[in-house]
Ligand binder design. Structure first.
Ligand code: FAD
Length: 392
């Protein structure tokens, strides 16, 4: 019986994977591929830096869901798709394999933009790096309190002033404030520098939102170096493209994300960002067997390209899952319609966030609580949780 079931491969287990696992239970032979047996709620991950959230809390236990839904887990990375042959290439510790599918859901997200000397910076992904950064920053303060005069010991640089970099700076401020109190070193002796290539922080959002975020960051005493491009990192340096050298013992890279380049080499149609171009059913255009969701899909809605944020990916998951099932059953597909307005929120440390919904922009602790509430609502469906961990 099982042998007659179609094979569905989940290439990457982002926000759509668990919906697909649940919908396809008993209806298909499902293979889930992901580098790790867990995934991470990225929207919560910046708070690993201050220690407000733990790794355990931000992780989604993929393997448990895979096993509970009778699917097979293959650790590794998909590196190519051969649509004509309906196969894909998987690279893992076991080597390189070719796997055949009847239907494929691509949900690999985006990856951090590379930069020269990236090994000298802490990065937002993998999430473990932020925990390592927290330990390092605590040590910098402790060393300084013990009389260590290493240049740039209390200079902390975040490169990238999008939502991620801005959130990281808020967390960095909280951590530094805590360490200042612990060591007795005045916070004013530390330099917190946010370097941003564009003229404004969180470029791409509405002006009232941008202004509110920038005001909150300035209020912390952070130096904002707008219009400055980081060219490379060294073991204790940050180099800008205008030749400026900055000595900083702590460097965090949040310079944006890009669609994995291998996606554009598979002979599948791609959109303006290089992601797979999908139709209203989230099928890769011109393909009967491949769907894509989240950041690795370019979805054009009217005349605009849907932004690559989690609030869209989360809603695409159930539609893609239903459509996989409908493809298997030969039923008509259901279209995906993005929300007209979405809740966007940037935390600036643990007490303040700036939120936007439609034309409404507001700031304060209430925005933080609301963001945490939405994360709690989402995460509690995926694992047992203590709600107290989300509200502080
Ligand atoms: C720090 C940060 C904060 C954010 N905050 C917010 C927020 O507050 N609100 C919001 O709406 N959005 C936010 N976003 C954006 C949001 O996280 C993304 O839009 C969302 O994660 C995209 O979901 P996804 O399912 O496409 O991919 P992802 O969640 O990135 O998941 C992709 C999965 O595929 C795996 N994978 C990658 N490559 C391969 C491969 N080759 N083969 C197999 N598996 C692979 C990855 O390991 C991962 O498990 C934030 C992003 C970041 C980085």
């Amino acid at each position: 019986m099982r042998g007659s079931l179609p094979t569905v491969i989940l290439a990457g287990c982002g926000y759509g994977a668990i919906d697909a696992l649940r919908a396809l239970k008993g209806q298909a032979r499902v293979i889930a591929i992901n580098p790790y047996p867990y995934s991470v709620n990225s929207g919560m991950s910046t708070r690993l830096l201050s220690g407000r959230f733990s790794l355990e809390l931000v992780r989604i236990p993929l393997l448990e869901h895979i096993q509970a839904n009778g699917a097979q887990f293959l650790p590794g990375r998909v590196t190519h798709i051969q649509p004509e042959a309906r196969t894909l290439t998987l690279e893992s510790e076991a080597g390189i394999q070719t796997l055949a599918y009847d239907y494929l859901l691509v949900n690999v997200g985006r990856e951090l933009r590379p930069i020269d000397g990236i090994q000298h910076a802490f990065t937002i992904r993998p999430a473990e790096q932020l925990v390592a950064a927290q330990t390092w920053i605590r040590q910098c303060w402790q060393r300084s309190a013990q009389g260590d005069r290493t240049p740039g010991l209390l200079t902390f640089v975040v490169a990238g002033g999008g939502c991620t970099g801005t959130e990281l700076m808020g967390e960095l401020y909280d951590l530094c404030r805590e360490m200042s109190a612990e060591t007795g070193i005045p916070l004013a002796q530390a330099r917190l520098i946010l370097i941003h290539r564009q003229a404004h922080l969180v470029e791409g959002f509405s002006e009232p939102f941008r202004r509110a975020v920038e005001r909150e960051i300035r209020h912390l005493g952070v130096e904002i170096w707008a219009g400055c491009q980081v060219k490379a990192f060294g073991p204790e340096q940050v180099w800008l493209s205008d030749g400026t050298e900055l000595i900083a013992q702590t460097r965090l890279w949040a310079g944006g994300f890009q669609v994995p380049s291998w996606l554009s080499t598979c002979g599948l149609p791609t959109g303006p960002t290089g992601a797979l171009l999908v139709d209203k059913y989230l099928r890769v255009q011109g393909s009967e067997h491949i769907l894509a969701v989240g950041d690795c899909a370019d979805f054009v809605w009217g005349s605009r390209l849907l932004p690559k944020i989690g609030v869209y990916a989360v809603r695409q998951g159930p539609i893609a899952a239903q459509n996989l099932l409908r493809l298997i059953r030969g039923q008509p597909l259901i279209p995906y319609r993005p929300q007209a307005t979405v809740f966007v929120c940037v935390t600036v440390g643990n007490r303040v966030a700036v939120a936007e919904k439609g034309r409404l922009v507001w700031r304060g602790y209430a925005a933080t609580v609301l963001k945490n509430f939405f994360d709690w609502l989402y995460m509690r469906k995926l694992k047992p949780l203590r709600w107290q961990e989300f509200f502080y």
